[in-house]
Ligand binder design. Structure first.
Ligand code: ASP
Length: 358
């Protein structure tokens, strides 16, 4: 894939805020084929021609465009590494980064980047749209313009307002690894159910500073590029058969399983289920419990149906989103953690991705 094309070649000119827009693809940059009625991608230049307002910013705006642009259903670990590299390689030349991305898997990419970009001290703002930027009622223009403004925003001390990987959509700025796509139709397509929004955009952009992550020390950015996909997701449902559970847990080479349970982390009380989970853990597979509910956290000690999982060694995923726990496992496995060291790493938030309850 030949996705790297830096336009403008600028970076920062004296005194100006420099923003890098990374265009990966997605509806924001698509057009409707009049014959087939389907949406296809067009290139970044054409996208920008629909948003001439970008020129009104007093910032130096440069861009990298994936060529060809990629529908986000086709984006995965390889592209996450590309985006992380683009940011790391250009980190010193820009004050903030905007990533234009399809909405379908945006929450996965934003979550992955939050783990891969250790010591991030600058904004990385993901956005996209539900309607292509060329359509009359598009939401793409406002999303893009506001994302650029957020990426450039500084506080009274001149520090970046939101030095985090985040998603801006419609009127909310959310922490990327707390966010989920919840609507295939509406403009307000993303939610952060278990963490406060970082900002709201109305007449003014109002930042919720107490919820934004800031570090006292500025350490150099430390990008991580190794991701390991040896994991699986097992969703429980009433009537699930042992063969299904055994087939997933029996996959060769598996290192971790995300178990999607009911409510506060509960599972049916079937001896065979506990036997399968115990056997998997004895084979070195780490099992993490996250709830199928959109809001709230796993609390395995609350009911007998959850306690049986706790007692057999299942790890608490607390209030992690599915996007966050999957990408975090890929990151931690990529860093070489397995078995007990992986369990230890899972117990501590890396980038504000879950809330530690007692
Ligand atoms: N299929 C598109 C994508 O995720 C949808 C969108 O951008 O909203 O790339």
């Amino acid at each position: 894939m030949n996705e790297l094309k830096l336009t403008n070649n600028a970076g920062r000119r004296a005194g100006k805020t420099a923003i890098l827009i990374i265009y990966t693809g997605g509806t924001i940059g698509m057009y409707r084929n009049p014959e087939s009625g389907t949406l296809s991608n067009f290139d970044f230049k054409r996208l920008v021609s629909f948003v001439p307002e970008l020129q009104q910013f007093d910032y130096d705006i440069s861009s990298y465009a994936f060529d060809p642009p990629v529908d986000s259903s086709d984006i995965g670990p390889d592209q996450w590494v590309s985006i992380a590299r683009i940011i790391a390689d250009n980190y010193d030349r820009f004050d903030g980064f905007v990533v234009l991305h399809g909405t379908d898997t945006m929450a996965y990419t934003a979550s992955a980047l939050s783990f891969m970009l250790e010591n991030l001290g600058k904004p990385v703002v993901f956005t996209g749209s539900q309607l292509p930027v060329g359509e009359l009622r598009t939401d793409g223009k406002e999303n893009l313009l506001t994302a650029v403004e957020i990426a450039a925003a500084r506080d009274a001390d001149g520090q970046p307002m939101v030095p985090e990987v985040c998603i801006f959509f419609e009127n909310r700025l959310m922490r990327g690894n707390r966010t989920t796509k919840i609507n295939a139709e509406g403009f307000n397509a993303f939610r952060s159910f278990n963490y406060h929004s970082l900002a709201h955009a109305g007449i003014h952009i109002v930042y919720e500073r107490q919820y934004i992550h800031h570090t006292a020390y500025r350490l150099p950015l430390k990008p991580h590029y190794r991701l390991d996909r040896r994991l699986a997701v097992l969703t429980l449902f009433p009537g699930i058969r042992r063969e299904i559970v055994a087939a997933v847990l029996g996959i060769d080479d598996l290192r971790a399983v995300v178990l999607k349970t009911y409510g506060s982390g509960n599972a049916p009380q079937r001896p065979w289920l506990i036997e399968e989970l115990q056997a998997a853990q004895q084979r070195g597979i780490v099992v993490v419990n996250v709830t199928q509910c959109a809001e709230g956290a796993v609390e395995m000690a609350r009911y007998e149906t959850g306690k049986q999982l706790l007692l057999c060694g299942v790890v608490n995923g607390y209030d992690s989103t599915i996007e966050s726990i999957i990408t975090k496992l890929m990151f931690l496995l990529g860093e070489g953690y397995q078995g007990d060291t992986l369990r230890q790493q899972l117990a501590t938030p890396i980038a504000g991705e879950f809330t530690l309850h007692n």
